[in-house]
Design a protein around this ligand. Structure first.
Ligand SMILES: Nc1ncnc2c1ncn2[C@@H]1O[C@H](COP(=O)(O)OP(=O)(O)OP(=O)(O)O)[C@@H](O)[C@H]1O
Ligand SMILES: [Mg+2]
Ligand SMILES: [Mg+2]
Length: 516
């Protein structure tokens, strides 16, 4: 499963290549670069050793219950780097084809805000853990360069309570580990930007370094947008902050492009600034201009020694890399699955925790792999995508909640393939498992529910057929006169009587025998 090797470069760097004219803004070119902050999936914070379990996803954690003295900047406390975060950072860097730096360092970035008790954030702006990566967007046929990956701390959260007119501070998130993944300005449309974030999410999940969930805040994006007339150098960028879904991010980029173009067309300059996005009014608004930009007074953190990483360490991680999404996609296509099946499988949220050793890979893909061992992949994927996922969706349940084990699914498919139960009964058994959450194997369920195919039992098959002919005399006559199409009607009657246990082929044969 060594799929992490350098994959083929899809195109040359797109940076200066001209994009085919975009009907939304003829004569103009859009340039987008994205800074992604992804929460690292570690059980402990970056420097304090404080437990970070369930903090990221669980918004119900009571405020200020996971705070070590260091997170609250208690005097005399010292940082202690969490090695798990380094490992997951390196793992991410390898997945992005980036150069892991043998020496990186931590800086203090100063600013004053109530949710940052120490008055500075520890980050790696100047000597990041990895540089010069790349993310291939197969759908767009481009490759986005990743400038750097840096480790840094998250801040706390502040909430203004209008009723009491106070701002409440929650330090649970303070000191949580983040990776900032900075792209080069290589995207040329809102769609490419959306695809970049989705592809990155899938990559982070596949290597187990982040949940990458924008809605829950474990992945946050700042998008940088500029426009220029085709053939001219890139314009001044504006950075849009605090976007909480890929969809809104794409809308924000589109709105921002129109705003900048309309300024330039009126001969007005675009000011470099940080902007927010109002979802309801679908417009961006100024947060602060470049002049108001804080002076961060970066300085090396004197309490943290440089991070030295040797080749042996990097190689050990490289050896244990799981299969990456592009390789998974290619492998599934080779197994004969359709593009659509592959998309569906890979889109499904993960059913199991991806181990930190990365052994499991995708939830639904891992599930498929296990069931498909020794079985026809196309048959297996049909049962998973159409029946299982269909039924889960119908019940408004996620794949995480799926009670049907891979053993149960495998047994069910074997029963149907061997003709021991019909396809219809197979679906009944699947629904039975989802409803009762039983761990019984389908072969036992089929017996208990009397769903074993009736083929061996020629007697009842003949009885059902005779009854059906008696119930539908007109149709029976039409068939007798040679119109075989009408036999389907009578078959339907038999299937109903047999509760789906009769095999269609046998029913048809028996009816024709009785009617000719
Ligand atoms: N002309 C441009 N148009 C759009 N995006 C650009 C342009 N030039 C640079 N960018 C993007 O802007 C981003 C700059 O991010 P970077 O983290 O280096 O600096 P920053 O935004 O000044 O710092 P901070 O982390 O404090 O926000 C990169 O993603 C880069 O690709
Ligand atoms: Mg940045
Ligand atoms: Mg920025």
């Amino acid at each position: 499963m060594l799929a992490h090797g350098r994959t083929r470069l899809l195109t040359r760097n797109t940076r200066w290549t001209r994009q085919a004219h975009d009907a939304r803004w003829p004569g103009w070119e859009l340039v987008v670069g994205i800074e992604v902050h992804a929460q690292i999936k570690s059980r402990r914070k970056l420097f304090s050793g404080c437990g970070a379990e369930a903090l990221a996803s669980d918004l119900t954690t009571p405020p200020n219950t996971h705070v070590a003295p260091f997170d609250a900047a208690f005097p005399g406390t010292l940082p202690h780097l969490n090695p798990k975060c380094v490992e997951l950072g390196v793992r991410t860097a390898i997945a992005l084809n980036a150069d892991v730096q043998h020496r990186s360092a931590f800086d203090r970035k100063h600013y004053f805000y109530a949710d940052l008790p120490s008055g500075y954030q520890i980050t790696q702006q100047y000597a990041p853990i990895a540089r010069n990566g790349r993310l291939d967007l197969e759908k767009d046929g481009i490759s986005v360069r990743v400038k750097q990956v840096q480790l840094e701390q998250d801040t706390g959260k502040s909430t203004f309570l209008p009723r009491n007119r106070i701002t409440a501070i929650d330090l649970n998130r303070a000191g949580m580990p983040l990776m900032e993944i900075v792209s080069e300005p290589d995207m040329r449309s809102p769609e490419q930007a959306g695809n970049y974030v989705r592809t990155l999410q899938a990559l982070l999940r596949s290597v187990g370094s982040s949940d990458g969930n924008m809605e829950q805040g474990s992945l946050r994006c700042d998008v940088n947008v500029s426009v220029n007339r085709v053939g001219e150098p890139p314009g001044t960028r504006c950075e849009i902050k605090n976007l909480n879904s890929v969809k809104f991010m794409m809308v924000a980029i589109t709105c921002e492009a129109f705003r900048q173009i309309s300024l330039l067309e009126r001969g007005l300059p675009v000011a470099q600034e940080t902007r927010g996005f109002n979802e309801e009014r679908a417009e961006t608004y100024s947060l602060r201009s470049k002049e108001d930009a804080p002076d961060y007074r970066y300085m090396p953190d004197p309490n943290i020694p440089p991070l030295l990483i040797d080749s042996t360490y990097i190689d050990a991680i490289r050896q244990r890399m799981p299969e990456l999404p592009n390789a998974t996609r290619a492998r599934l296509l080779v197994q004969g699955l359709s593009q659509r099946d592959v998309e569906v499988l890979m889109d499904v949220d993960s059913g199991r925790e991806v181990g930190y050793d990365g052994q499991l890979g995708y939830g639904a893909v891992a599930y498929f792999d296990e069931v498909a061992r020794g079985r026809d992949p196309k048959v297996v994927v049909n049962w998973i995508t159409h029946e299982l996922l269909g039924q889960l969706a119908f019940r408004d349940e996620t794949f995480k909640e799926n009670p049907m084990s891979t053993e149960q699914m495998g047994d069910l498919i074997d029963l149907v393939q061997a003709g021991k139960v019909t396809g219809t009964s197979g679906k009944t058994i699947l629904r039975h498992i989802l409803t009762t959450r039983t761990s019984d194997l389908p072969s036992k369920i089929a017996e208990d529910l009397k769903l074993l195919a009736a083929s061996d039992d020629g007697a009842s098959l003949e009885t059902w057929c005779r009854e059906a002919i008696a119930a539908l005399p007109e149709q029976a006559d039409v068939v007798r006169r040679g119109n075989l199409k009408v036999v389907d009607k009578i078959m339907g009657h038999v299937m109903k009587a047999s509760r789906g246990t009769a095999k269609a082929q046998d029913v048809r044969a028996m009816l024709l025998k009785l009617l000719q």
